[in-house]
Design a protein around this ligand. Structure first.
Ligand code: GDP
Ligand code: MG
Length: 163
C-alpha cells in the first residue's frame, strides 16, 4: 500500500526543491503550464525502493502580504487533509520564525503524522537552527539539504513504516 506525503512550510524553505528531487523527471506538471492549478502540485515520488505520492504546497509566493497568512493557512490545511503524513520544512539557516510557529500549530492540531525537517543544513552554519527545530514540539528534526541531497536516508527511515 502506498501513502501520500505533503511537504508544508512557509515560502522559500525549500519545499519545491525537495519535491523536485523526490519526483525527478516523473513530473507532468510544470510551473508555466497553462490551465494547471499551481496551488498544490502532486507527483509520483521515488526514494530508494519507496514509491509514494508527494504534494508540494506552492502558489503562495505571489500572494500579497495581508493575504499571505490566511492563504497559507487554508492551503496547508487542504494539503494536510489530503495527506497521510506531513513533512514540515524549516530553513535551518534562518532558525525557527514566527511563521514557522504558526505552521507547527496547524500541524499539531490537524495532522496525524508529522515529521520536521531542518532544510538548508549543509555546513555548520545550520547547527543552531537544527537544534532550534526541537522547540517546535514535533519530534526530532531530520537534518536535510534538499539542494545537495543530504538527509535522504533519514527521510527514508522515517517514511519506511508508512509504506
Ligand atoms: P519553497 O518556496 O519552499 O518551495 O522553496 P524553493 O524550493 O523554491 O527554494 C527556495 C530557495 O532555497 C531556492 O533558491 C533554493 O535553491 C534554495 N534551497 C532549497 N534547498 C536548499 C538547501 O538545501 N540548501 C540551500 N543552501 N539552499 C536551498
Ligand atoms: Mg515552492
Amino acid at each position: 500500500m502506498s501513502f501520500t506525503l505533503a511537504i508544508v512550510g512557509r515560502p522559500n524553505v525549500g519545499k519545491s526543491t525537495l519535491f523536485n528531487r523526490l519526483v525527478g523527471k516523473r513530473l507532468a506538471l510544470v510551473d508555466d503550464q497553462p490551465g494547471v492549478t499551481r496551488d498544490l502540485r502532486e507527483g509520483d515520488a521515488r526514494l530508494a525502493d519507496l514509491r509514494f505520492t508527494v504534494i508540494d504546497t506552492a502558489g503562495l509566493e505571489d500572494a500579497t502580504d495581508d493575504s499571505l497568512e490566511g492563504r497559507m493557512r487554508k492551503l496547508t490545511e487542504r494539503a494536510v487533509d489530503m495527506a497521510d503524513v506531513c513533512l514540515f520544512l524549516i530553513d535551518a539557516r534562518a532558525g525557527v520564525t514566527a511563521l514557522d510557529e504558526m505552521f507547527a500549530e496547524i500541524l499539531r492540531k490537524r495532522a496525524d503524522h508529522v515529521f520536521v525537517a531542518a532544510n538548508k543544513s549543509e555546513g555548520s552554519a545550520a547547527d543552531a537552527g537544527v537544534l532550534e527545530a526541537y522547540s517546535l514540539g514535533l519530534g526530532e528534526p531530520i537534518r536535510m539539504s534538499a539542494e545537495h541531497g543530504e538527509g535522504m536516508h533519514d527521510l527514508y527511515t522515517a517514511l519506511l513504516p508508512l509504506a
